[in-house]
Design a protein around this ligand. Structure first.
Ligand SMILES: Cc1ncc(COP(=O)(O)O)c(C=O)c1O
Length: 377
């Protein structure tokens, strides 16, 4: 009798089951934000029993003011508050794209957005950016614009590569959007981690939809809060697709308010540790033959580790690291149809002790999976 096929290994199910023992470097989450700020804000909100009523549906006014100020938004900009940036991404693709439209995007990319584009009946034209400078360039985007192009997707800094866009490139991309009457989706989830950052809305205010999130900068991924900044006319069109007619989680909003109010006092320490961690990871990669970092330094809190020369499959490495070492990285296949079989993604807004667990585990895991060198003839 043949054995029943073993079910595919579910890394997330395993990691969640063993959460207390797992070093979480798989989702670009931030484990460095002072927890007492969140605890105090949420406890105060619980004490007021704010959960008994619905929140103010358009979003807490102070939260919106803080976000608009944080972005230096120009007057007339609307701020939508949604369940994570994800919900805004879904709403705006639904609202603004139609069947047959094309969106210029990249590979690798944050492919959930591509999925939303497809759900709207549109198509992404994915420019292969897995080569220097590991990001879109205005020249390539300009060439790719066709009669059906409706939108450019600019994720800056880019998940998963960690590449950031120089100011002049943002300006050039924004000018393409303006001159060729395209929408510009500027997903800036990781912007606080960048050494310098330029918002596309500065150059194409009428065409740009800026998606913001407090999942990564404020370390609130589990509370699911983010939103959209856009000119009123565009934001109103997007908001027709808002399923949160009764508002989004009030505890999340209160936590975000407390963190945004104080961000300038605690974010520099998050940034410094995140930088130190990527240096430490680089030293490990430098000592692990067959592995390399295509993008360094990362302008986000993640980058990819290329494994092609080591001839190791990322899914195998993900499993080995998780099961044997309790270190959770993310295999590249969910981030790149063309190159995902060659890389694994590591995020590093973690305490230094987590990074030391990685530093110990990674070379051992790679050696365990490394195929034997071909024998000389
Ligand atoms: C580029 C990008 N946009 C949006 C999101 C989702 O953010 P949120 O947690 O606010 O839904 C992520 C999450 O990893 C991301 O990488």
């Amino acid at each position: 009798m043949s054995a029943a096929p073993s079910p595919a290994f579910d890394a997330f199910a395993y990691a969640h089951q063993h959460r207390d023992r797992v070093v979480w470097m798989s989702q670009n989450t931030n484990h460095l934000v002072p927890p007492e700020i969140v605890r105090n804000a949420v406890e105060a909100a619980l004490g007021e029993r704010v959960y008994e009523g619905y929140p103010y549906a358009p979003g807490h006014p102070e939260l919106k003011e803080l976000v608009l100020a944080d972005f230096g938004a120009r007057p007339g900009t609307s701020c939508l508050v949604t369940s994570g940036g994800t919900e805004s991404l879904y709403m705006l693709t639904r609202a603004l794209l139609s069947s047959g439209d094309h969106v210029i995007a990249s590979d690798p990319s944050y492919l959930i957005i591509h999925k939303f584009v497809e759900l709207a009946g549109a198509t992404t034209d994915n420019l292969d950016i897995y080569r220097p400078p590991y990001r879109l360039t205005a020249d390539r985007v300009n060439e790719a614009v066709g009669p059906k192009t409706r939108m450019i997707l600019l994720i800056d800094p880019l998940n998963p590569l960690g590449s950031g866009y120089p100011r002049e490139e943002v300006r050039a991309l924004a000018e393409i959007a303006h001159d060729r009457h395209l929408l510009l989706l500027n997903d800036v989830t990781y912007r606080d981690f960048a050494e310098q950052h330029t918002l596309a809305a500065e150059f194409a205010p009428d065409e740009t939809l800026t998606v913001w999130s407090v999942s990564k900068n404020c370390g609130l991924a589990g509370l699911r809060l983010g939103g959209l900044l856009a000119p009123k006319e565009l934001a109103d069109r997007v908001n027709r697709y808002n399923t949160n007619d009764l508002g989004v989680n009030i505890l999340a909003q209160r936590a975000a308010i407390a963190l945004l109010r104080t961000k300038s006092s605690w974010f520099p320490a998050v940034q410094a540790q995140t930088r130190a961690n990527q240096d430490r990871i680089r030293s490990v990669i430098g000592q692990t033959p067959g592995t390399r970092l295509p993008v360094f330094p990362s302008q986000a809190n993640m980058f990819v580790i290329d494994l092609e020369e080591a001839r190791i499959r990322p899914e195998e490495l993900q499993k080995e690291l998780l099961l044997r070492h309790g270190v959770f990285l993310r295999a590249g296949n969910y981030l790149s149809p063309a190159h995902g079989a060659n890389f694994i993604r590591a995020s590093f807004s973690n305490p230094a002790s987590d990074i030391e667990r990685f530093a110990e585990a990674f070379p051992i895991a790679v050696d365990a999976l490394r195929p034997p060198a071909p024998r000389a003839a």
